[in-house]
Design a protein around this ligand. Structure first.
Ligand code: NAD
Length: 476
């Protein structure tokens, strides 16, 4: 049993009624347990954050930047432990766990720099009218609740935590019940750095704990990353209290391959876009749109590449792809395999769970999937790729945009003018051209349509935790 709630600068045991099992998905077995926080402990965490707000927002931007740099350094000092824990609890291959850690470190470093620039953003506003002066002040939003999912725990929390602290907000973070141990590192680092008590609070629990936080009337803002169904509940809570909310939700993104592409290169981008993190990415490019002229050459090569992926336990084998992170996710993906069979989809690779312990599925490819198939329209969150063919650029754009989601897309073409033109026409938050899904802290993250509201990363990620104030003075 692990003590895992960090409230008002102290580690406390959960007083809730839910016992949370922390699992190793490669074995399908638990390796730790903890008690969820009670509703009363959620309240204590929000109260602690409120109590710490005035002093924290009064610190200088350079003091906050120093703490953020401390987070980056301390994450680096915990490198091996954090990589191993992500491999064990998420089932991530080592190189992916390393990239996640590096991303979190880069995020804290980046927002340390933006924090240092904050004083220069509070400037005078030139006015056309005579007799008045005006100045801008960027203030922290206040106490923020951060609710995150399990697929990239270190990263998703860093994308929220670092800009919130940089802006001068105090925080209550609720990690996912599937991966509750990983973000404890942030509490341990807060301890090690002597971050003032109450600035960062971490509470663990399931839906009840998340709902207690999102319904709490002591928050000034809630930032949520997760599913659309929970996101809409979080938005309802926010609307009941007329308070701002950032939502990073699901996706059903497309990768568009034009027939002037190098086949081998395109296969590499397609495979990465659907098998990274075993496809459990909001940004998974799970809809493949392939131009008629290249389809016959590409699909067999893609089939071969997916068949040759090494799938296994990242802690004991050299693998390209690990298991799905939870049994619930494994059952969900298996449900889509059953739907594909019922719909009579043409399966070129996979389409089944692996016959071994743990929550493994085969990388999967369905060809010529009808546009009204549930597998074409719904987020599966697993290594399941659906392919369709297209003839013209206009058709590729129309099919990509024909989705209730709008998170990301990838465009592959040797004709860079065309690739840029298509990128501009896509209704999504981020487009990669001839690339794997490289994410840089300086660029934004977030989607259009059903993929969410707001942006993380870059200066937009910081703005999400700031409130704009103007002071206007009559000079007369
Ligand atoms: P989820 O919505 O089930 O859970 C997310 C978080 O919300 C967890 O911490 C959970 O405990 C909490 N929660 C559950 N019920 C709640 C409630 N009623 N009120 C408040 N909080 C509640 O999502 P998940 O299964 O953990 O993650 C997968 C989903 O996240 C996918 O849809 C994926 O696309 C999305 N996601 C989006 C992004 C993005 O940046 N757009 C990034 C990662 C994941």
């Amino acid at each position: 049993m692990t003590t895992s709630h960090y409230i008002a600068g102290r580690w406390v045991e959960g007083q809730g009624s839910d016992c949370i099992s922390v699992n190793d998905p490669a074995l399908g077995q638990p390796f730790a347990e903890l008690m969820a926080a009670s509703v009363g402990q959620v309240d204590q965490a929000v109260t602690a954050a409120r109590g710490a707000l005035h002093a924290w927002k009064s610190t200088s931007a350079s003091e906050r930047a120093a703490y953020l740099r401390g987070f980056a350094e301390q994450l680096g000092q915990r490198r091996e432990a954090l990589i191993t824990l992500q491999m064990r609890n998420n089932g991530k291959p080592r190189h992916e766990a390393e990239i996640d850690l590096n991303d979190a470190i880069a995020t804290f470093g980046y927002y340390a720099e933006l924090a240092e620039q904050l004083p220069s953003k509070n400037r005078d506003v030139p006015l056309a009218a005579p007799g008045f002066s005006a100045r801008t002040r960027l203030e922290p939003v206040g106490v923020v609740g951060l609710i995150v999912p399990w697929n990239f725990p270190l990263v998703t929390s860093a994308w929220k935590l670092a800009p919130a602290l940089a802006a001068g907000c105090t925080v209550v973070l609720k990690p996912s019940e599937v991966t509750p141990l990983i973000e404890q590192a942030y509490g341990q680092i807060a301890d090690a750095l002597g971050l003032p008590a109450g600035v960062l609070n971490i509470i663990n629990g399931k839906a009840e704990t998340g709902a207690a936080l999102s319904n709490h009337n002591g928050l000034d803002k809630l930032s949520f990353t997760g599913s659309n169904s929970v996101g809409s509940q979080v938005m309802r809570s926010a609307s009941a209290q007329c308070r701002p909310v950032t939502l990073e939700l699901g996706g059903k993104s497309a990768i568009v391959v034009f027939d002037d592409c190098d086949v081998g290169q395109a296969v590499e981008w397609i495979v990465a876009g659907i098998t990274w993190n075993a496809g459990q990415m909001c940004s998974a490019t799970s809809r493949l749109l392939v131009q008629d002229g290249i389809a016959e050459a590409l699909l067999p090569r893609l089939q071969e590449a997916l068949e040759n992926l090494r799938v296994g336990n990242p802690l004991t084998e050299e693998v390209d792809m690990g298991p799905l992170t939870s049994q619930a996710q494994w059952l969900k993906v298996a449900g889509y395999f059953a739907t594909a069979r019922e719909e009579g989809l043409q399966c070129l690779v996979g389409g089944k769970a692996l016959d071994r312990d743990g929550w493994f599925v085969s990388p999967t490819l369905y060809a010529d999937v009808p546009k009204d198939s549930r597998l074409w329209t719904e987020e599966i969150f697993g290594p399941v790729l659906c392919a369709r063919r297209f003839a013209t650029e206009e058709q590729a754009i129309a099919e990509t945009n024909d989705s209730r989601f709008g998170l990301v897309a990838t465009v592959c073409s040797a004709d860079l003018d065309r690739a840029e033109r298509v990128a501009d026409a896509l209704e999504v938050g981020h487009v990669w051209i001839n690339s794997v899904q490289a994410v840089f802290v300086e660029t934004s993250w977030g989607g259009t349509k059903g993929s969410g509201i707001g942006r993380e990363l870059g200066p937009w990620g910081l703005s999400a935790y700031q409130s704009v104030k103007h002071v206007t003075r009559c000079l007369g």
